[in-house]
Design a protein around this ligand. Structure first.
Ligand code: SF4
Length: 330
């Protein structure tokens, strides 16, 4: 079930993060009013009917707890009467805009989850990307959210200016230590009119390629999943605004699918690599069949080039990621 997302662009944000053109990311430039929140939620209730209780009202796109307090309260007041009809409210904000007072205010309006834009746990990377907060701010904010008994979400980016696979892996390790419930992972995308755009055009920043981002994110997926952290987003939401303003970087409208396909590629490769070339059937969970095959049959084609003629088939008894390989007689 997806959230009822209400974007609050750049409201109250004093920063100028290297990657951010908030108006482009959120796809809107006007201030959302309390009245609009009310209409959005009314419409969502009637559209979703009895499925509404599994969707959350989500204030995203900005620095929710850093926006003008009066405006933030207006938005919460508009959303709070609907909170019980949905699965509560979640907000995303900056790590340095969280304290006990604001968390208790959020709780009084039925906010049950807070997501922190950590982006990196490497202070040098945070500084180079003008985040205006430190890794220690992330740790403190996580502790406060946990202490307040709220659900904790974290967001991280890969391939930021000054980052590399090692520092991104370190970020994931440090975030896992904070026991988040959920994580969103965003490979860096260079958008028009951002500082990264300037750095990229000046030849001072080389973004991750799509393939590098997929390789790294597959490792991160394994780390977060084995730590029991639910991955609720991989890659930016596909949108015409992003596509119109895309300059460079690891953007793909089905980024998550690419990563899941790569997991299957690796798993099959680990087992088949020790076997002679030939024809094989690889059985996978039926829900994962298209991921195992890959977009445009990518995995099948890659294996064929290596001498393995593979047919992927569904088998109900197999779990997600589990595979069973049969060598075909011919
Ligand atoms: S803190 Fe958030 S809204 Fe502000 S510039 Fe950075 S990414 Fe954009």
């Amino acid at each position: 079930m997806s959230n009822i997302s209400i974007f609050i662009p750049h409201e109250g944000c004093p920063q100028n993060c290297s990657f951010c053109n908030q108006k482009i990311i959120s796809g809107q430039t006007k201030r959302v009013t309390a009245q609009q929140v009310d209409s959005i939620l009314k419409r969502a209730l009637s559209d979703l009917s009895d499925r509404a209780e599994r969707a959350q009202i989500a204030f995203f796109g900005g620095s929710f707890t850093a926006i003008d307090r009066e405006y933030m309260t207006e938005l919460l007041e508009a959303a709070a009467p609907y909170a019980n009809r949905f699965d509560g409210i979640r907000v995303s904000t900056r790590p340095d805009a969280v304290d006990e007072e604001v968390l208790s205010l959020l709780k009084s309006y039925s906010v049950k989850a807070v997501e922190l834009g950590a982006q990196s746990m490497n202070d040098e990377v945070l500084r180079k990307n003008n985040r205006g907060h430190t890794a220690e701010d992330v740790r403190n904010a996580c502790r406060l959210i946990r202490k307040a008994g709220m659900e904790l979400g974290v967001q991280m980016m890969t391939g930021l200016y000054g980052a590399n696979a090692l520092s991104d892996t370190y970020t994931a390790e440090e975030l896992i230590k904070l026991s988040p419930d959920t994580v969103r992972i965003y490979p860096t995308v260079v958008l028009r009119a951002t500082e990264l755009d300037t750095l990229f055009r000046a030849g001072r920043f080389t973004p991750q390629t799509l393939d590098e981002a997929v390789e790294l994110c597959v490792n991160l997926i394994e780390m977060f999943e084995s730590a029991g952290v639910k991955i609720i987003r991989l890659g930016l939401h596909a949108s015409t605004d992003i596509e119109k303003n895309y300059v460079a970087g690891a953007y793909h409208p089905a980024f998550k699918e690419l990563c899941l396909s790569r997991i299957y590629f690796r798993r099959v490769m680990n087992e088949i690599g020790a076997l002679p070339c030939g024809k094989y059937t690889v059985y996978v969970n039926p829900g994962c069949l298209s991921q195992a095959i890959g977009q445009h049959s990518d995995n099948v084609i890659r294996f064929r080039k290596m001498g393995y003629d593979i047919k992927f088939k569904p088998q109900n008894s197999l779990e997600k990621y589990e595979i069973r390989i049969n060598r075909e007689c011919f």
